[in-house]
Design a protein around this ligand. Sequence first.
Ligand SMILES: Nc1ncnc2c1ncn2[C@@H]1O[C@H](COP(=O)(O)OP(=O)(O)OP(=O)(O)O)[C@@H](O)[C@H]1O
Ligand SMILES: [Mg+2]
Length: 269
Amino acid sequence: MKLYIAVGTAVLLVMAIFIIVFVAYYQQKQIRQQLALKELQEKYRKELMAATLQAQEHERRRIAQDLHDEIGTMLSVTKLSLNQLGRTVEHNDPGSTMLVQKTRSLLDETISNVRRISRDLVPTTLERFGLVSALEELAEKASHGEVHVELSCSEKIPVLAPHLNLTLYRIAQELTNNAIKHANASNIVIDLHCRPGEVLLSVVDDGHGFDLDEILKDKRRGLGLRNIESRLSVIDGHVTFDVARGRGSRIIIQVKNPRPEVQVEVETV
Ligand SMILES: Nc1ncnc2c1ncn2[C@@H]1O[C@H](COP(=O)(O)OP(=O)(O)OP(=O)(O)O)[C@@H](O)[C@H]1O
Ligand SMILES: [Mg+2]
């Protein structure tokens, strides 16, 4: 009898252990499946975002090309015709000569505006000369009147992959524009530094700052900061907002650089 009880208990025990192991194994499997699904969803989201950003850049390039090749060319031809007209009315009719001169200067202004807009749409300096030169140009162009923008960067900046260069450039552009538009800042510093395997970009201003929580809650807020986060999510980058109302802002971008071995010398500013 005792033997039966012992055997029965042992069988029950084995069955219980078996059930526990099976349930644990099943739960583990479910967790693994859920993780795999999440990873897949995250991968898909990143790919979708990367494709959207790429399409956006493509569209900017197309608009820049159309502006330059079509509108720019038409304006140049119009200027030639105007010059011809100017020569025929010259000396005979002072009133018309004045009008031609006025139209010529308006046309010149339009031509240079079209050039500027098409150059701003596509960062040609970035593609030709790299990130440091493009940021230098950005700082130079953004400096205007009371606002002084400067670039500060470490002696050695690694050569970055083109998509990292573009991401960092577009972010610097947005943060600098924000500092000019919203902060009422006099001094803005774009800072580019490197740590092993990592690039740090920060934009610091001495303006009146802002309350980040308030901005994030605002449903009608602009797209700039949101776009920065979207761009960074594609490359596993990170943004830190060292901001508050009543003091200057510092916004820091951290991006992993998988090609840290290639180094390029640049001057320290
Ligand atoms: N450096 C800054 N100093 C002060 N306020 C800022 C600064 N950067 C952003 N802000 C505030 O954060 C808000 C959101 O910025 P965001 O770039 O997302 O939108 P926006 O600049 O208003 O519009 P968009 O970028 O779409 O043209 C701004 O409207 C502004 O109030
Ligand atoms: Mg903005």
